[in-house]
Design a binder for this molecule. Structure first.
Ligand SMILES: [Zn+2]
Length: 58
């Protein structure tokens, strides 16, 4: 299980995500970025930041 806290990339955002793998996290983050942060697409540099901050969940 992987987990990611949006606040690691967007200060102040409290959204957190869990998925079986990195792809699952990125899919959820893309939807969240669009709906809650008004980002139509997630730039490569943001994807890189997200990947760097994904951690193992118990
Ligand atoms: Zn967020």
């Amino acid at each position: 299980m992987k987990q990611f806290s949006c606040g690691a990339v967007v200060p102040g955002c409290t959204a957190t995500f869990e998925a079986d793998d990195e792809h699952g996290i990125l899919t959820q983050v893309a939807a969240h970025a669009r709906e809650d942060h008004g980002m139509d697409a997630v730039p490569d540099e943001v994807v890189a930041q997200v990947r760097a901050n994904i951690s193992e969940a118990a």
